[in-house]
Design a protein around this ligand. Structure first.
Ligand code: B12
Ligand code: SF4
Ligand code: SF4
Length: 302
């Protein structure tokens, strides 16, 4: 019953016994729950290009925030069923990838992402925990990366050479509120996140899933650089707040935007950057990066 309802709304649905997970790894979130339903929801395989005055985060942020979309769909699917359940997307300690791997409906790729036969890795994962026990829905996975190592070679910062190194990964460091090294600044290619190890993966070639309207690219997938300087946090959130790239706030996007201006060798915003350096509302980690980048940008002409 729960399975059927979820299957109407999601592309991938599996179910494992909570006990099976707990035997391998204790997790307090699972206490009192019997079954873990794992869902996957595809998002469009559409790649937009960075532009001079407006910038992009990773592809998964082109549409609206998956946390809200998935949780809403879960509640809508289950609302009139007489069951006790909890929905989880991202902000918890259960390994969503491990749960999905245990259903056999996707495998853990060398790019550290879950890969499904129909969706590649372009899908989000969510969990529904139920107090009642339901039959497991699992199948045997027959796919793997095999000898392929395309993503390992393509990662521009060597984050996949020895398993997955969170500290090196661009998607890790461009979401951190700390000053970046010169190397990290030079390598950053996104306003937030990174798509490279997914874009090169053969399992993602030709996959397409655009049935969820909320995930289709919105005009506000692009963040206008001038807005990062001129809008207050409140104004910025009113305009862009439905996108997942806003979850770490505006300053981190501004810092990452400066790294992209450096890539473009574009000194057009130097006066705006200078103003932020004297503005007490910006934190020290931002100012360190901003003055470092400004010094380099000053060498270029408009
Ligand atoms: C923190 C986080 C990140 C961090 C670091 C993640 C990491 N260490 O792997 C950063 C910011 C770098 C990141 C980046 C990205 N992420 Co992320 N991330 C998460 C998040 C919120 C938690 C992951 C985590 O804590 N990992 C730490 C360890 C403890 O857990 P684990 O790696 O999942 O588990 C491994 C081991 O620890 C062990 N283990 C852990 N628990 C258990 C339990 C049992 C029973 C067993 C046996 C073993 C075991 O087994 C696993 C290895 O096989 C998950 C959502 C979630 N709650 O799972 C999304 C998630 C993994 N991310 C996701 C995505 C999409 C991305 C990005 C592509 C986003 C982007 N475009 O920039 C990149 C990809 C980078 C990459 N190549 O991996 C998706 C993946 C979807 C998919 N198809 O696989 C997830 C599932 C979010 C979602 N809800 O859809 N992410
Ligand atoms: S997300 Fe980017 S930086 Fe991180 S492992 Fe993949 S290619 Fe490397
Ligand atoms: S690019 Fe190759 S090695 Fe990397 S995840 Fe895809 S199939 Fe696996």
């Amino acid at each position: 019953m729960v399975y059927d309802r979820l299957k109407e709304a999601f592309d991938i649905v599996g179910c494992i016994d909570a006990d099976r997970y707990l035997k391998k790894k204790f997790d307090a979130n699972l206490i009192g729950y019997e079954s873990i339903f794992v869902v996957g929801l595809g998002y469009p395989n559409v790649y937009l290009k960075q532009e001079k005055d407006k910038l992009l985060a990773s592809m998964y942020t082109y549409g609206y925030d998956y946390h809200d979309v998935i949780k809403t769909l879960m509640h809508e699917s289950l609302k009139d069923l007489d069951i006790e359940y909890k929905v989880l997307v991202d902000n918890h300690t259960i390994s969503e990838r491990k749960c999905l791997e245990m259903t056999g409906l996707a495998f853990h790729g060398k790019n550290n992402l879950m890969i499904n036969k129909d969706l590649g890795s372009y899908f989000f994962i969510g969990l529904v925990l139920t107090k009642e026990k339901f039959p497991e829905v699992i199948e045997e996975n027959t796919l793997s990366c095999g000898e392929c190592d395309i993503c390992i070679k393509a990662c521009p910062v060597g984050a996949l050479t020895d398993g997955f190194d969170w500290d090196k990964c661009m998607s890790g460091y461009n979401q951190e509120k700390r000053s970046l090294t010169d190397y990290e600044i030079e390598k950053n290619m996104y306003l937030l996140g990174c798509d490279i190890c997914q874009r090169v993966c053969p399992f993602n070639k030709g996959v397409q899933s655009d049935h969820v309207e909320a995930f289709r690219a919105k005009p506000t997938a692009y963040v206008i650089i001038q807005d990062l300087f001129d809008l207050t946090n409140k104004e910025f959130m009113a305009k862009y707040g439905k996108h997942a790239y806003t979850w770490r706030g505006k300053t981190i996007l501004l810092r990452n935007a400066l790294t992209l201006l450096l890539r473009q060798k574009n000194p057009k915003y130097n006066e705006d950057i200078k103003k932020t350096l004297n503005d007490p509302k910006y934190p020290e980690w931002y100012k360190k990066d901003a003055s470092n980048i400004l010094e380099k940008l000053d060498k270029f002409e408009i």
